[in-house]
Design a binder for this molecule. Sequence first.
Ligand code: NAP
Length: 320
Amino acid sequence: MSQIHLPEYDYDIVIVGGGPAGYTAGIYAARAALRTLLVEGAGTVSQITITDMIENYPGIPDGIGGFELMQLFKKQALKFGLEIAAQDVTAVRQASADPVLWEVAAGDRTYRALSVIVATGAMWRSLGVPGEAEFVGRGVSYCATCDGPFYRNRTVVVVGGGDTAIQEALFLTHFADRVIVIHRRDRLRAAGLLQNRAFAEEKITFVWNATVEAITGAEFVTGVRVKDVKTGAVSEIAADGAFIFVGRLPYTEVFQGLVAMDKTGFIVTDENLRTDAPGIFAAGDCRAKQFRQVVTAAGDGANAANSAELYIDELKGRTY
Ligand code: NAP
């Protein structure tokens, strides 16, 4: 019996993505003394860094800015020896079959690793209408859990008719006096149970067959301009906030064909965050799951690092 001969490689783990999932994986992996590189996009930012205030991350009762929280994640990871590179990952391919070795191409470098943790996140799909980008953080939101409490006793509109829109509209009734759901068709896509709850909730009203043409306001949002898709009539709806839930898109293009994904491109994992490719794990918003929050992304990061550690341990300890 002889020890397996691992081919030359640069890192035990390469983590792709610099949000809460990636950095938490980095903290756990580096602390486990695994040689770990985190590659974060040179030109992209994690959703969390554009989140004004996070009030629901446990242990921080007074809330914290998203950017500030991310700086703390990073500081903690660096303390344990995580290496960080600011490069866009352009390709990931298998470099050898037995043992499996992965090659991550980023910027002008190629890193060879025993394991890869995909933590690339997702971005809310935007409507792309005038005023939307301008009022982000000043009335336009893509997260009711994050921003709902700011709309106590106010009027908000919710755009979209899927599970997320209706679930979040129901959640917003805990705070807002009025929740106006604007949907482009005359029936919801959301599950029947959610629909029934929404129809029974007196704070929720619906504007059917309408598309949002613009989000209006001065310093803050004051309303939305909607167009009736049947008559073409344009009207204004007054509101203090506009919550947009028209789907979400994961940043997983680079991994297409390498790991199993659902029809939208979210990576499918088992409960230990293993994908169907050996040594590739996925964590955070880029994976197919129910609840996407900073705390669940961090939990995913820890789990993925642990699974990668077990996988690497097995690989290094394997005997022929
Ligand atoms: P989704 O199911 O893709 O629904 C998106 C909604 O936005 C649809 O109603 C769609 O209208 C509308 N929409 C899309 N583009 C639009 C545009 N440009 N202008 C106006 N409206 C637009 O997305 P989701 O609700 O975020 O759900 C994503 C996945 O997560 C789904 O599989 C969902 O079942 C799942 N999910 C499940 C739960 C749960 O409680 N089980 C909760 C949340 C999410 P149309 O209907 O006309 O296409």
